[in-house]
Design a protein around this ligand. Structure first.
Ligand code: HGY
Ligand code: MN
Ligand code: MN
Ligand code: MN
Length: 414
């Protein structure tokens, strides 16, 4: 178990990273490649170098910190997470896996004998879709699911392309062609993360072991009706884009509630109403759809039914609805072997745990395409996340770090 000084060190790392925040008055905002996110990258690289880890970055800005093992030619063990955030978020999402991984490496370096395999701590670029509208850019590129063309097409709200931003920061010289990670070249990867749901908190459990990670399917929906007068237009003569959007959103919610899958969620998180005036019937409404499921087939069934609903609403409301697909990702089962290792560590440490699903996606969703993955969750107070009220006790994080360190060490000596 971590002692008080080690827990204070964790707290100091988390609070120091939280200083790099563009909305200190309202939660934490650290958007990809903004000044605060770049400063946080520099800070974490400096902390990695203080531990004598050798640090390098790839062409999309993933940061690698290597603890060299006795046999560095063996497939390494990976750990890591992200430091970018959604808007006005909490201070633990992703950061816990980065500083927890750093502390795990620090603990392992204190041991007499170095592990067989190298252990690599990774800070994945842009797990959040906040800037370019697509999640997990760094791990997606490692899995070969982000092409050079994608990087030239992904735009932020100011019209910058991801490729242009990477060029301006000098990352491209690291060779885009070296980004993809060969299947089998990583022995296994374990990510420490906050649960972002309330199961562990409610059940009073310190650790969750993730059995499967939900995958997102994201759409941008555009509803085209007819803008007209709020009073002059009778109820029968309207082609109200907003009411059509609401009907589609409620149909979507009903489909998710009826899903037979173990875990399905749907969210409409962003809405743009045109012209957004109190006495004008909206002519155009754009909104986001985020569908998550732990079962790919069930997600595809839900999507098929949603498309039927689109057709029905278009005809009864005489509107046009466009569903622009952004990503349609595949859920990831975690590796039974690594899960068993984590369970054995928990048992040997006398730490209570349960297996569970992750409703949130993580970089492990894509790392799992080329390496066996598993995740360790620590409790989120009241299940709140992606909010300034996100909280995890430092003592809980320390337990997660202890389990992570022992798991990484066991894997690195296998
Ligand atoms: O949305 C997610 O699941 C992740 O936290 N970005
Ligand atoms: Mn998140
Ligand atoms: Mn996260
Ligand atoms: Mn994540």
């Amino acid at each position: 178990m971590l002692n008080h000084a080690e827990i204070d060190n964790l707290k100091n790392w988390i609070e120091s990273i939280n200083e790099f925040n563009s909305t200190p008055e309202f939660g934490t905002t650290r958007v990809l490649f903004t000044p605060v996110e770049i400063q946080s990258r520099e800070y974490i690289k400096a902390e990695m170098k203080k531990l004598n880890l050798n640090v390098h970055e790839d062409a999309i800005g993933n940061i690698y910190a290597v603890l060299e093992g006795r046999n560095p030619q063996l497939e390494p063990v990976w750990t890591g997470s992200h430091i970018d955030s959604v808007l006005n978020a909490g201070m633990f999402d992703g950061v816990v896996g980065v500083v927890g991984g750093l502390e795990a490496l620090r603990l392992i370096m204190q041991l007499e004998v170095r592990p067989e395999r190298s252990i690599v701590l990774i800070v994945y670029t842009s797990e959040e879709p906040t800037r370019f509208g697509l999640s997990c850019l760094g791990s997606r590129a490692m899995a070969g699911r982000l092409t050079k063309e994608d990087m030239h097409q992904l735009l932020d709200k100011d019209g910058n392309t991801l490729a242009g931003v990477l060029d301006s920061l000098g990352y491209s010289r690291n060779g885009f062609e070296r980004l993809a990670v060969a299947r089998g070249s990583v022995y296994g990867a374990v990510e420490l993360h906050i649960e972002q749901n309330g199961v562990l908190d409610k059940e009073g459990l310190p650790v969750g072991i993730v059995k499967a990670i939900c995958a997102p399917t994201n759409y941008m929906v555009e509803v085209q009706g007819c803008q007209s007068h709020a009073g002059g237009t009778s109820m029968t003569a309207r082609r109200d884009a907003y009411m059509a959007a609401c009907e589609l959103a409620l149909s979507l919610e009903k489909l998710a509630r009826e899903s037979l899958s173990e875990y399905t969620t749907v969210t409409v998180g962003w809405v743009d109403v045109v012209p957004n005036a109190v006495n004008v019937i909206p002519g155009t409404v754009r909104f986001s759809i985020d569908i998550r499921d732990v079962d790919f087939q069930s997600k595809n069934i839900l999507i098929g039914r949603l498309e039927e609903e689109v057709g029905r609403i278009e005809s009864v409301r005489n509107v046009k609805i466009r569903m622009i697909l952004q990503n349609h990702d595949i859920p990831m089962k975690c590796d039974e072997g690594i899960i068993k290792t984590i369970e054995n560590v928990c048992l040997s440490q006398g730490i209570d745990y349960r297996r569970m699903i992750s409703g949130a996606y993580h970089d492990s969703l894509f790392v799992g395409e080329f390496a066996p993955v598993a995740m360790i969750f620590v409790p989120s107070k009241k299940g709140i996340s992606h909010s300034p009220d996100e909280w995890t006790d430092y003592e809980d994080i320390a337990v997660g770090v202890d389990i992570l360190a022992n798991t990484l060490l066991t894997m690195a000596n296998t």
